[in-house]
Design a protein around this ligand. Structure first.
Ligand code: CDP
Ligand code: CDP
Length: 226
C-alpha cells in the first residue's frame, strides 16, 4: 500500500467532517469518501419510489438493486444514482429529514458498509460518517471523533441555506439535535466515539486548524506504517 493509511472521521451533523475530510484527502493525495452521501442517496431513491422510511421490507428490496456510484469532482465528491448526478438533490431538506430513519435499518447498513469497505481496501482513503472508526474501518490508522456545540453546528448549517430554503435557526437546531439523538440511539452501529478515536472539539477552531491537527496525526501514523 506504499505507506498509505486509512483515516476515519466520525461525529454529529455539522461538526465539519466533510469539509475537513475533503481537505485532508486533498493534502495527502488520498480519496475522500462521504458515507453520509450514500445514506442520503438511498433516502432519495426511497422517496422517489414512494417507499416510507419505516418500511423495512421494501427498503431491504430497494437497497439490493440501488445503483450508487461516487466519483471525485472539482468541488468534492459527485454522487450518482443509476448514472444520474444527484449531488445537489441529496442535500434537500426532504432528504435530510428522512435520512436518519432510513439509515437505521439493518439491511440498508449492511449493503452500504459492504460498499464502503471495498472502497477502502487499497488504503489511502479518508472516510467520514458516523460508524467508520467503530464499525466500517475498525483498523483505520487515524480515527477522529469531531464534535462541536449544537448551537455552533446549527449556525454553520444556517449560513449554508439558500434563500429558497430558509428556516428559523431554532428549528434547525432542534432538527440537528433530533437527528443526533436518532443516530446515537439506533440499534445497529450507532453514532459513538471509537475507544481509540481522538476527540476534537471544533466549536472554537477554524477549518484550517482542524485540518492541520488531523494532518499531524496522519504524518505520525504514516511514518510508523513505512
Ligand atoms: O452532513 P450531515 O452531517 O448533515 O449528515 P451526513 O453525514 O450527510 O449523514 C446523513 C445521515 O446519514 C446521518 O444523520 C445518519 O443518519 C446517516 N449516516 C449513518 O448512519 N452512517 C454513516 N456512516 C453516515 C451517515
Ligand atoms: O460533514 P459535517 O456535517 O460534519 O459538517 P460540514 O458540512 O463539513 O460543515 C458544516 C459547515 O461548518 C461548513 O459550512 C463548514 O465550512 C463549517 N465549518 C466551520 O465553520 N468551522 C469548522 N471548524 C468546521 C466547519
Amino acid at each position: 500500500n506504499g505507506g498509505r493509511i486509512n483515516v476515519a472521521i466520525d461525529g454529529p451533523a455539522g461538526a465539519g467532517k466533510s469539509t475537513v475530510a475533503r481537505r485532508v484527502a486533498e493534502q495527502l493525495g488520498y480519496i475522500y469518501i462521504d458515507t453520509g452521501a450514500m445514506y442520503r442517496a438511498v433516502a432519495l431513491a426511497a422517496n422517489r419510489a414512494g417507499v416510507l422510511p419505516s418500511d423495512a421490507d421494501r427498503l431491504a428490496e430497494l437497497v439490493k438493486t440501488v445503483d450508487i456510484t461516487l466519483e471525485p469532482g472539482a468541488d468534492g465528491q459527485i454522487v450518482r444514482l443509476g448514472g444520474e448526478n444527484i449531488t445537489t438533490d441529496i442535500r434537500s431538506r426532504e432528504v435530510t429529514l428522512k435520512v436518519s430513519e432510513i439509515a437505521s435499518h439493518e439491511a440498508v447498513r449492511l449493503r452500504l458498509v459492504e460498499m464502503q469497505r471495498k472502497l477502502a481496501e487499497a488504503k489511502g482513503v479518508v472516510m467520514d460518517g458516523r460508524d467508520i472508526g467503530t464499525h466500517v474501518l475498525p483498523g483505520a490508522e487515524v480515527k477522529v471523533f469531531l464534535v462541536a456545540s449544537v448551537q455552533v453546528r446549527a449556525l454553520r448549517r444556517y449560513q449554508e441555506l439558500s434563500e429558497g430554503e430558509l428556516v428559523p435557526l431554532e428549528q434547525l437546531e432542534q432538527e440537528i439535535a433530533d437527528r443526533d439523538r436518532s443516530d446515537e440511539s439506533r440499534e445497529f452501529s450507532p453514532l459513538v466515539r471509537a475507544k481509540d478515536a481522538e476527540v476534537l472539539d471544533s466549536t472554537e477552531l477554524t477549518i484550517d486548524q482542524v485540518v492541520a491537527h488531523i494532518l499531524d496525526l496522519c504524518r505520525t501514523k504514516t511514518a510508523e506504517a513505512k
